[in-house]
Design a protein around this ligand. Sequence first.
Ligand code: TXA
Ligand code: MG
Length: 343
Amino acid sequence: MHTELIDARTQLDAGVQLGGRLIRNGELVAFPTETVYGLGANGLDGAAVNRIFEAKSRPNDNPLILHIAKKGDARKYWDTVPENASRLMDEFWPGPLSLVYTKTDIVPNEVTANGDTVALRMPDNKTALALIRAAGVPIAAPSANVSGRPSPTTAEHVMADLGGIIPLIIDGGPSLSGVESTVLYAGSRPVLLRPGAVTKSMIESIVGPIKLHDSLLKPFSNTEGVSSPGMKHKHYAPNAEVILVSGSNANKRAISIYDEYEACGKRCIILTTSENSRLYGGRDYVIIGVKNDVKSLCRNLYSLLREYGNSADALIFECVEPEEHGLAYMNRLLRAANFRVES
Ligand code: TXA
Ligand code: MG
């Protein structure tokens, strides 16, 4: 299949009109959002949604997020709009927050992996919103990568994974945030299921204390009742071994691992901050962002995993405090490293 690439920065209307038509016809369209690129299908058409799972080789027990273009549509897909969800929508939509609540009958089981809840999100990206409006239906969309690869933050990443498999990629430039949306169960006792750019304290300032799911910084376990099945699957793992270093000796530890590997003829790259890079003189390093701006680390993580994940034997990353934006960063990094942390 030929994959058409349309740049929404110069051809918004053409991209969105063609995209809307394809979605209505049951086909798949990749599109930009403020978090990562999504692979969209008509969220009310179970057969179209199944194509997403095929294209990505996605395990079919992992539910999808429905993307909507106006807050009022939430009541069509949730049986009621709970008070907490309503407040959070007012504060953070459009934005990188997916809210989970009990679904209505019109949401196909293909979207929810047969579960009785559905995740809804209104993305903060004008191309995404225009595409949803043009399609005239909610768009079910996971990240537009082949399962197990890092989420795509540029149209080129999508092309590398899904070129030849889908008819259209709409290019909106690099994603601003670079990690996927926060996922929150939004009932009367909210549970954070996946951390993202809408942080724990931002949510708590609106709805009071929330629970963190057990698996945010650990391998998946299902002790909480509500869970995000996506967290149990292997994620974001490049071919290179990913090793995390933490603690007050993190930089020394990085150097000793690096030197050990090099002595065995293995190629290492240290992923570091502009502040810490001077500690690694003479060794191969790449600057991922700025130390006191964890958002800059989040923004570049996936594209660096793609760029270097196959060109070295090991990638060594420095841990950050798992708080606020650091919680999202460590959640992704720990999974990429298969939870290997050296200190
Ligand atoms: O930022 C994002 O959320 C991107 C863009 C494209 O919007 N999408 C995305 O989708 O990351 P995906 O499918 O890669 O991740 C969705 C996550 C998964 O971990 C899934 O398990 C969880 O949301 N999820 C979806 N529906 C759920 C539900 N009903 N209950 C619990 N978790 C759910
Ligand atoms: Mg994904």
